[in-house]
Ligand binder design. Structure first.
Ligand code: CP
Length: 318
């Protein structure tokens, strides 16, 4: 089956999902990101001209703090012209279709779209529609995929743990509604992590989740035992239909990451969260702000990873 993200030479044309992406492409992105981390790490902000003359359109139909902002910073550091479309005040509110909006932005010479949408598949839909010289990056579509979040997570894991082949990783929480979890699982298994666990109540797990190559746990006690990496998830209340949980307090009691539960993991385990965090529900503040937390470095690495994705898509060699 052909991969709609790859061109006929097997190169990345769009970034829509981590599913089906070869390990070589994932590693190319992580390695390229390494070259950008220094640019982002000094007293002065430096820019490189790799996207000079290109226009990047951030089109976010859902709210975002981290993803939209770090894409904007990344594009500016690559010297692109960046346009943030304010969907609330755009003509979509007057009934314009998604593709008409995209056509109009292409008429303004958009080179790259960064798209977040509540509908799974929205980025694929746009990618199939645009001209071959236009690139689409999925910044989160429904409960389907959030590939740059997974890539910055992989970058963070490699930064702290060096290798993937010897790790035990636990993903904790609302796997059912999480595009982040799906993208993380595909990336972790492709990169050779031998043991990926998901820890969640039955109501927050997709059916047949084992088919993704993960081990299922319903309790933190067993699930966190001797893990190297803990990836917490946000409860996606906006995507829940009906009562998937008895209460936030009950959820915290069984699935919130506390210092006591963290002690089951290896002493040097790292704690991750894609944000936004619900303190006191998904994670205890002393853990979120504790010495094993790498939650804020994840955000910083996201800039370099998004620079890497955009520069690879633009076909510009560093
Ligand atoms: N992790 C993440 O997607 O955060 P935002 O919703 O703030 O972009």
């Amino acid at each position: 089956m052909t991969n709609p993200q790859l061109n006929k030479n097997g190169e990345l044309q769009h970034l829509l999902t981590t599913e089906g992406l070869p390990a070589g492409i994932l590693l190319e992105i992580l390695d390229k990101a390494e070259t950008f981390v220094d640019i982002d790490d000094g007293p002065e902000i430096r820019k490189v001209p790799l996207l000079h003359g290109k226009s990047v359109f951030n089109v976010f139909f859902e709210n975002s703090t981290r993803t939209r902002t770090t894409f904007e910073i990344a594009a500016k550091r690559l010297s692109a012209d960046v346009v943030n479309l304010n969907i609330g005040s755009s003509s979509t509110s007057k009934g314009e279709t998604l593709l008409d909006t995209v056509d109009n932005l292409c008429a303004m010479h958009a080179d790259m779209f960064v798209v977040r949408h509540a509908q799974s598949g929205a980025s694929h839909f746009i990618a199939k529609h645009v001209a071959p010289n236009v690139h689409v990056i999925n910044a989160g579509d429904g409960r389907h995929a959030h590939p740059t979040q997974a890539l910055l997570d992989m970058y963070t894991i490699r930064h702290y743990k060096k290798y993937f082949h010897n790790l035990r990783v636990a993903i904790v929480g609302d796997v059912l509604h999480s595009r982040v979890a799906r993208s993380q699982i595909h990336a972790l298994t492709t990169l050779g992590v031998p043991e990926v666990r998901v820890i969640a109540p039955k109501t927050l797990l997709p059916t047949m989740v084992e088919n993704l190559g993960v081990q299922v746990y319903h309790d933190m006690t067993g699930g966190l035992q001797d893990v190297d990496v803990i990836m917490m998830l946000r409860l996606q209340n906006e995507r829940m239909q009906g009562a998937a949980l008895p209460s936030a307090q009950e959820y915290f009691k069984y699935y919130g990451l506390t210092e006591e539960k963290l002690a089951r993991a290896k002493p040097d385990a790292i704690v991750m969260h894609p944000g936004p965090m619900n303190r006191g529900i998904e994670i205890e503040s002393s853990v979120a702000d504790g010495k094993q937390s790498v939650i804020l470095p994840q955000v910083t690495f996201g800039i370099a990873v998004r620079m890497a994705v955009m520069s690879i898509l633009a076909g510009v060699k560093v």
